[in-house]
Design a binder for this molecule. Structure first.
Ligand code: FE2
Length: 268
């Protein structure tokens, strides 16, 4: 199974990048299933009902989330009702939606997806991502050998630790949230593909998605500043993982980091 994972789609620029490039990328690399992190697509924070529909339309089969998943109440019904719109599994019980999915491809093959959020530097009282993640993986293992984890976290150490914890039990662990792609992709001896961060799909000419001058102003003056998403330097970041269906072991992991040119004025 060829899985394309797209890193944090950020604001209008990220949405336009997907509209422009995702359909051709899926064809070019014979992608079977596309998972994308959509927690920043609504102006840099959260996702809306309308945007859920658009991401699915562009070719995203499963949408994952993170610390901004619940920024817009407008999408709560999507978390509750769309089995392929996930938020971190280790949010406390009572929140809408869930953090795991079993996606069935048209040819009958299945992919398990787990979305988790780290705790280091977030300062939030999330449930333990290690224990809740392992339990979710065990549950999904009853239905499929092919399991993908989006581990949304700030700290590299926490992402590496989680990958070590579930080594050989999942096909891939890929990190999100920092918006900067790392170059440490590898496959462990036990067959788990790993990448610390997939990077951002949005405006590269920015400070992790937002307009540079506004972020600089806050750093320099230490005063509250409203941030707006940048539209400069469209970039698509992610990774393609090729997985043996019979065993769930990864065969290859290839980073994707493409500057995208818009062929025309896209109204998406
Ligand atoms: Fe995040």
């Amino acid at each position: 199974m060829k899985l394309l994972f797209i890193g944090d789609i950020f604001g209008t620029c990220g949405k336009r990048v997907l509209a422009e490039r995702l359909p051709s990328l899926i064809k070019e690399y014979a992608i079977d299933v596309c998972v994308a992190n959509g927690e920043n697509v609504a102006g840099g924070k959260g996702i809306t009902h309308n945007l859920v529909g658009k991401l699915h339309k562009f070719g995203v089969n499963v949408i994952t989330g993170g610390n901004h998943s619940f920024a817009n109440a407008d999408a709560f019904d999507d978390f509750a009702n769309d089995p392929f719109v996930l938020r971190p599994h280790n949010f406390p019980p009572g929140n809408p939606g869930k953090g795991t999915a079993l996606y069935t491809l048209p040819d009958g093959r299945t992919l398990g997806i787990v979305n988790l959020q780290g705790r280091v530097f977030f300062g939030e009282t999330l449930d333990c991502p290690f224990r809740t993640g392992a339990a979710a993986i065990e549950d999904l293992s009853a239905s499929t050998n092919v399991i993908f984890v989006d581990f949304h976290a700030e700290a590299t150490s926490e992402k590496k630790a989680f990958a070590a914890y579930v080594d050989g039990r999942v096909s891939a662990v890929i990190g999100t949230h920092t918006h900067i792609q790392t170059a440490d992709e590898r496959i462990s001896a036990a067959g788990t593909a790993y990448l610390t961060d997939a990077g951002m799909t949005g405006a590269a000419d920015s400070i992790i998605g937002m307009k540079k001058e506004q972020v600089l102003r806050r750093f320099l003056l230490q005063t509250p500043t409203r941030f707006e998403p940048s539209n400069e330097g469209p970039l698509l970041c992610g990774a393609i993982v090729d997985i043996l269906d019979a065993t769930g072991k990864a065969r290859s992991i290839t980073r994707v980091c493409e500057q995208v040119r818009f062929s025309h004025e896209l109204d998406v």
